[in-house]
Design a binder for this molecule. Structure first.
Ligand SMILES: [Zn+2]
Length: 344
């Protein structure tokens, strides 16, 4: 893992490179930003650059034994701490029963062991690096224990905290780190990577890039076909309501309400669809749609488009989501929504 293999994030990466060049690396960094956008890879690249045997202005060389060990997480001077439940290598060694019990928290003894290890001299490289991934999952005791290390970091050590929720860290922890904010990746960048790495066609890549909201991790894992099918099904469902009797609509709503997760998804997709309609109405730019697969429908209904109705429908979907969050019966919410949509 080298800086050149990081996609996007030019700003944080250049700050880190400059710190290395100027011999001004801070003792502790906080990498913040959404899940799956490349914070951990950047931390690995930084650790590799600091310990590389042939580091240049671009960072680690990527081929020396030190870089290779850093990339395969086997470098003795680079230690990663994360909650047990996030540690796939560790989970693979557990039975399914044990894995289900794996903790979602970083515990105080994990922090203590990490503290001991970074207080030793580097064994192969120049710096001991401690990466705390999902740092917000440190419980209070762990955060307080960690504070001591941040206050008096051992000489040749570097600490990198990684989190999507910096606000969940104690202010005393945040204030002792140099924070680097990682921005979501722009849609064209993600689309390009998806075409390259997953071989998606341009349309699918553009669609998946919008859905992944700036996260490459999310984009790479996404089941694009299912996402498209879900939207087609949603549009068919909505269209179908118009020709149904009330008792049929109620039966359909009751069925949908039984699958709470599926119902949540319908609401999300409905809001996204209405947003697409409003955006297209305003701009006429197909590239701005999340789901371009709906463009024929949007165009065919263009003459009958009513801003008033689209906003009313949007409010209805948002209200339904609020009601579900307030634990109103999903059946009532679905019946109300579907009857109103069907009556249009
Ligand atoms: Zn190297």
């Amino acid at each position: 893992m080298t800086f050149s293999s990081i996609i996007g994030h030019d700003r944080p990466v250049s700050i880190l490179k400059r710190a290395i060049q100027n011999d001004a690396v801070a003792h502790a960094y906080l990498f913040s930003g959404e899940q799956g956008i490349g914070k951990r890879l950047t931390a690995y690249a930084f650790a590799a650059a600091l310990n590389c045997q042939a580091a240049g202005p671009a960072g680690g060389c990527g081929v020396c034994s030190s870089c290779r060990k850093a990339a395969s997480s086997t470098h003795p001077d680079v230690r990663v701490v994360m909650p047990e439940s996030h540690d796939e290598q560790h989970l693979a060694t557990l039975s399914s029963k044990e894995a289900a019990k794996a903790s979602d928290e970083i515990k105080i003894d994990q922090i203590r062991r990490a503290q001991e290890s970074i207080s030793l001299k580097p064994s192969e490289g120049q710096k001991k690096v401690l990466i705390v991934d999902s740092a917000e999952t440190m419980n209070d005791a762990a955060q307080n224990a960690f504070l001591k290390t941040l206050e008096e970091p051992p000489g040749d050590s570097l600490i990198i905290l990684i989190t999507a929720m910096p606000q969940s860290l104690l202010p005393t922890i945040r204030s002792r780190c140099q924070e680097l904010k990682f921005q979501p990746l722009p849609r064209p960048v993600l689309a390009e990577v998806l075409r390259e790495k997953r071989g998606l066609d341009a349309g699918d890549a553009w669609f998946a890039a919008a859905l992944s909201r700036g996260s490459l991790g999310r984009a790479l894992d996404m089941d694009v076909q299912k996402e498209k099918t879900d939207r087609e099904q949603f549009l068919a469902l909505w269209e179908g309501l118009g020709g149904m009797r009330n008792d049929e609509i109620l039966a359909l709503a009751d069925g949908v309400a039984k699958d709470r997760e599926g119902f949540d998804r319908i609401l999300d997709i409905g809001i996204e669809w209405l947003r697409d309609r409003l955006v297209y109405q305003e701009t006429g730019d197909e590239r701005l749609l999340v789901f371009a697969g709906g463009i024929d429908r949007i165009r065919s209904e263009q003459d009958r488009f009513s801003l008033h109705k689209a906003l009313g429908d949007m409010a209805l979907f948002i209200l339904s989501r609020d009601l579900l969050e307030r634990r109103i019966s999903a059946q009532l919410v679905a019946e109300n929504l579907f009857l109103k949509l069907g009556r249009a």
